[in-house]
Design a protein around this ligand. Structure first.
Ligand SMILES: Cc1cc2nc3c(=O)[nH]c(=O)nc-3n(C[C@H](O)[C@H](O)[C@H](O)COP(=O)(O)OP(=O)(O)OC[C@H]3O[C@@H](n4cnc5c(N)ncnc54)[C@H](O)[C@@H]3O)c2cc1C
Length: 382
């Protein structure tokens, strides 16, 4: 691999959003590099649920989602109030698929490489290069302890929730919440087609159990309250406390063994409108492209990444110069013309309203329980 060459488009971060962006760019005819500092793809296992009726997965994979990626199908959702005394059952119009995140990411990586993009692991970006006009025109980085710099016409920042590129470019950050993920074997789950959510109060957040077809389950927890105190907790400890004391989590997991645990962060609301600069666009978690109702970041990140990649790839293969201000605005317009952007905007409004209503207006568990029937009616009509 010659690290001194030039590329049309360089994508930083080989998560679902970055791989989708590189696929779109390479398919549009651009010489595309996607790099990641990790030694392997999907080192951190993240989301687990996607909507079944999406079109973006088949568009990127150029085939339907393989059966091996699908671990379960859920048609219903049960949501418990923080006291667990009340619950509601929702039957969304569209069923959800519980997926194996690693296998999905590997499928997208295959599509990306088959599209002609170069994928490079163990390679971290350390600096953005700018030309005299202040446009981003390349990157500096470290690959297997060797420093390098590469010029390009556009950089796609897909480097996740704590994006270094976002910070370097001075772009606004979304809400980032502490998150914990656990995969368990032998859970006692009553309904294998039901995603279960348990709202938490003080600090506000949620736990979830998503059953797979084989008695294993994808579980997790996030704390979305944005105070320093709430975000500073040791989330693995909080999870363990809930596992032993939470009335229903304890029942469901009493015989379960953990097969994977991960301390992480989740983007959850605060959708920034500004995620581009001349020569640079952010996609996926880096750009805050995650739904504010329930972390729909896999599909929205892929959609926004693919749209950006397609635009920049086509532009860069037709033009010699860096993607300047006017062209980058058109790229953002193309991203905002997707159904994923409409969903993000809708969720941003509805998610913020629901959380404010539950935890800022009602506040106590008793008040939430007293208003639960009205809350359920509202949720069913959405
Ligand atoms: C616990 C949890 C549960 C979730 N549940 C769901 C769910 O059910 N459904 C759903 O749709 N979404 C869910 N999400 C959100 C979803 O998983 C994410 O939104 C999505 O995976 C983000 O993808 P990404 O490609 O933007 O970022 P990432 O997958 O984080 O990829 C970023 C990549 O950038 C690389 N990188 C970072 N810095 C550098 C650097 N300086 N140089 C080079 N590489 C770098 C990292 O190594 C990483 O591979 C969940 C997330 C979490 C944490």
């Amino acid at each position: 691999m010659d690290l001194q060459s030039e590329y049309d488009v360089i994508v930083v971060g080989a998560g679902v959003a970055g791989l989708a962006a590189a696929t779109g760019s390479a398919r549009a005819g651009a010489k595309t590099l996607v790099l990641d500092r990790s030694p392997e793809i999907a080192l951190k296992v993240k989301g687990e649920v996607i909507k079944r009726d999406n079109t973006i997965v088949a568009e990127i994979l150029r085939k339907p989602l393989p059966d091996c990626v699908i671990k379960g199908t859920s048609k219903r959702r049960r949501i418990f109030s923080p006291s667990c005394k009340k619950h509601m059952i929702l039957a969304p119009r569209v069923a959800s698929l519980v997926i194996d995140y690693r296998l999905l990411t590997h499928e997208i990586a295959k599509a990306c490489v088959e599209s002609g993009a170069t994928l490079l692991l163990n390679t971290a970006i350390t600096e953005l290069m700018q030309n005299d006009s202040g446009e981003v025109c390349g990157i500096e980085g470290l690959s297997s302890n060797r420093s390098f710099n590469l010029r390009c016409k556009a950089v796609v920042g897909a480097d996740g929730h704590s994006s270094f590129l976002r910070e370097q470019a001075g772009l606004p950050a979304p809400n980032i919440c502490a998150a914990y993920k656990v995969i368990v074997e032998s859970a006692d789950i009553p309904d294998s087609d039901m995603l279960e959510f348990f709202l938490l109060n003080n600090p506000a957040g949620a736990l979830w159990i998503f059953p797979r077809a084989d008695k294993s389950a994808e579980c997790g927890m996030t704390i979305w309250e944005q105070t320093r105190e709430a975000q500073g907790v040791d989330i693995a400890d909080v999870w363990e406390k809930h596992r032993s004391e939470h009335p229903i989590l304890n029942q469901r997991l009493r015989n379960a063994s953990y097969t994977l645990t991960s301390v992480d962060k989740l983007v959850f609301g605060g959708l920034p409108d500004d995620f581009a600069r001349p020569g640079l666009v952010l996609v996926g978690d880096a750009g805050g492209h995650v739904g504010a109702k329930g972390a729909s970041g896999i599909l929205t990140g892929m959609s926004m990444g693919y749209a950006a990649g397609q635009f920049l790839g086509a532009y860069a293969s037709d033009n010699k110069a860096v993607v300047g201000d006017a062209a980058m605005r058109r790229c953002v317009e193309a991203m905002k013309n997707t159904s994923a952007w409409s969903l993000l905007q809708e969720e941003q409004k509805a998610g913020a309203m629901t959380r404010d209503f539950l935890f800022k207006i009602l506040r106590t568990n008793e008040e939430i329980d007293n208003a639960w029937d009205a809350i359920s009616e509202m949720a069913k009509s959405q």
